[in-house]
Design a protein around this ligand. Structure first.
Ligand code: PBG
Length: 328
């Protein structure tokens, strides 16, 4: 008899109720942040071709969408804006009457109990599609940081609950913290895109946000795909500069980075399941090559298991519905 195993891992796997009792990771609606794309006009709802289920919406439709998101129990959205006019300096990014500033005001007046986070970057607003001011083909760091700080301030003045700089310029968290504090917004948290990689997984987003660079790429400011020590240094710096939540982006292909950041700093840690991660699951699902719902849930569990406290995902509404369904 003694040749049979005493330890039987399967004992806890036969009964589905016991399986649930011993599950180590949970998915909760509190984990979810839903990205939305705002465009000028009214009654606009343009499907984004490379992201089935994702739309560019005008402010009126965004407000309705926000009500639905809140009613599903999702706590927060993050807003990306497509401006009326783009120019060299990305002027609409820091215009108090810009698309994001108007959208935030509308949402905050019409939708209660929803956290509105704004993405702070220049790439959607510049005619050249780069994340900052250019001199020739070089993105100027310090001059860009000043504009990002102005942009963040106008978002806070419009009523944003949290500011999320995604540009990857050096020193921007400190500059944003200072301008917010100097203007009476010391209670507004900063969620920094702290370790953001120069990733091919952002492709579909650039269709949604109309922010493909006119030349070159983003490798002079986003991180090299081979590096993890550098990610730690980036995160450490952002924490020193005043970041309240640190983000790793993309999520699925960088689970090791999420794990390392969470273990090392013990900070509230976010991850961004980006457009390419979403579109791959959608495309394979639509072809019948994978079970879309199952893979969506599995990818979400992976991000949580790695150590993320919350994640930004285009699947937020579907995941909220899945959570409702499985909790019944
Ligand atoms: C920059 C920004 C990007 C994403 C979020 N913020 C694009 C980029 O850096 O090129 C990508 C998100 C996604 O792919 O879903 N404003």
């Amino acid at each position: 008899m003694s040749q049979y195993p005493i330890i039987r891992h399967r004992r806890l796997r036969y009964n589905p109720i016991i399986r649930d009792m011993v599950r180590e990771t949970v998915l909760a609606k509190d984990d979810l942040i839903y990205p939305l794309f705002v465009v000028p006009g009214s009654n606009v709802k343009n499907p984004v071709k490379s992201m089935p289920g994702v739309f560019q919406m005008s402010i009126d439709n965004i407000v309705e969408e926000c009500k639905e998101v809140r009613d599903l129990g999702i706590p927060a959205i993050i807003l990306f804006g497509i401006p009326e006019h783009k120019d060299e300096k990305g002027s609409e990014a820091y215009d108090p009457e810009g698309i994001i500033q108007r959208a935030v005001r509308a949402i905050k007046t019409e939708v209660k109990d929803l956290v509105v986070i704004t993405d702070v970057c220049m790439c959607e607003y510049t005619s050249h599609g780069h994340c900052g001011l250019l001199q020739g083909e070089e993105i100027l760091n310090d001059e860009t940081v000043e504009l990002l700080a102005k942009e963040a301030l106008t978002h806070a003045q419009a009523g944003a609950d949290m500011i999320a700089p995604s540009d990857m310029m050096d020193g921007r968290v400190a500059a944003i913290r200072k301008i917010l504090d100097d203007n009476g917004f010391n209670k507004i948290p900063i969620m920094s895109y702290a370790a953001k990689y120069a990733s091919g997984f952002y492709g579909p987003f650039r269709d949604a946000a109309e922010s493909t660079p006119a030349f070159g790429d983003r490798r002079s400011h986003q991180m090299d795909i081979g590096n993890i020590n550098e990610a730690i240094r980036e995160v450490e710096e952002d924490i020193k500069e005043g970041a309240d939540i640190v983000m790793v982006k993309p999520a699925g292909p960088y689970l090791d980075v999420i794990r390392e950041v969470k273990q090392r700093f013990g900070m509230p840690t976010a991850a961004y399941q980006v457009s390419g991660e979403y579109s791959m699951i959608k495309a394979a699902g639509a072809n019948g090559w994978i079970d879309e719902e199952r893979v969506m849930v599995e990818a979400a569990f992976a991000i949580k298991r790695a150590g993320a406290d919350m994640f930004l995902t285009y699947f937020a509404k579907d995941l909220a519905k899945w959570i409702d369904k499985t909790n019944k």
